[in-house]
Design a protein around this ligand. Structure first.
Ligand code: SAH
Length: 254
């Protein structure tokens, strides 16, 4: 049970598998005003950077679930490295349907909302683990500008233009689901470069080290065409952000 091998190759050296930088991840941690001992659940926790650094910086405790064996191993190593292995736990497995035994203060899915079948389904899944008054974190792409054609959307790694919304529409969609957007930290082009351009050196080194591997043609094609496509499309059109949500409470009838 694992994710497609291509990601375990191209993102093997990533600490953060999203366009958010370490600085912005720290900004988000501060923005949420996390209390020591706060419990955090992270579905699709990748290499664990969010939980490990927030455990170090804010004393949170947490559980991450991720389908990549490699990323989960990296997350456990990172927890040891930062001295927080007693506070964070990383489970290798499918996070679809995962509900925490004990309710959490923050329930997150950062850049993996297919786990719940989309944003609405993922919010509903996270809600099952969340204490009353807790915060949901959703990391999700949006269009900074609408791509001019469906082909341009595909070159941004989307299946179609309708996969994503413009930022105001995405924010409005959280409202329609019954949530206040109470914070957000948005990626910028530099963050996208850290996520996408970091794959290129990893791919180049992998190609040099694995000339006989069956994945060579695919990785070679990606390294040859990926940088130019990225500069023309994803970097221009795609935004990305983490949105902090709190369920709206209906005013009590007088
Ligand atoms: N939140 C992390 C990782 C985002 S990348 C970060 O910001 O760094 C998306 C992650 O989802 C990858 O680590 C991938 O392995 C994981 N993933 C994909 N499908 C999954 C599933 N069904 N259950 C759990 N994790 C999954």
């Amino acid at each position: 049970m694992d994710i497609p091998r291509i990601f375990n190759i191209t993102e093997s050296a990533h600490r953060i598998h999203n366009p958010i930088t370490p600085e912005k991840l720290a900004t988000l941690g501060r923005a949420l005003r996390l209390e020591p001992g706060a419990r955090v659940l992270d579905l699709g926790s990748g290499s664990g950077e969010m939980l490990c650094t927030w455990a170090r910086d804010h004393g949170v405790t947490g559980t991450g679930i991720d389908l990549s064996m490699l990323f989960t191993e990296h997350a456990r190593n990172r927890a040891e490295e930062l001295g927080v292995a007693d506070r964070v736990k990383f489970i290798h497995g499918d996070a679809a349907g995962y509900v925490a035994e004990e309710k959490v203060d923050v329930a997150a899915c950062v850049g993996a909302t297919w786990i719940g079948g989309g944003v609405a389904g993922t919010i509903a899944l996270l809600e099952r683990s969340l204490r009353a008054g807790g915060i949901i974190l959703i990391g999700e792409p949006y269009w900074r500008r609408l791509p001019p054609t469906e082909d341009a959307a595909k070159k941004c790694e989307a299946n179609s233009i309708s996969d994503f919304l413009l930022l105001p529409e995405l924010i409005a969609s959280f409202g329609r689901l019954g949530y206040d957007v109470v914070e957000m930290v948005l990626a910028d082009e530099d963050g996208w470069d850290r996520y996408e351009a970091a794959k290129w050196l990893t791919m180049r080194r992998w190609l040099d080290a694995n000339p006989e591997d069956e994945m060579v043609p695919q990785i070679r094609a990606e390294l040859t065409s990926g940088p130019e496509r990225y500069a023309a499309y994803t970097r221009e059109y795609l935004g990305w952000g983490v949105f902090a949500l709190m369920r709206r409470v209906e005013p009590r009838a007088q």
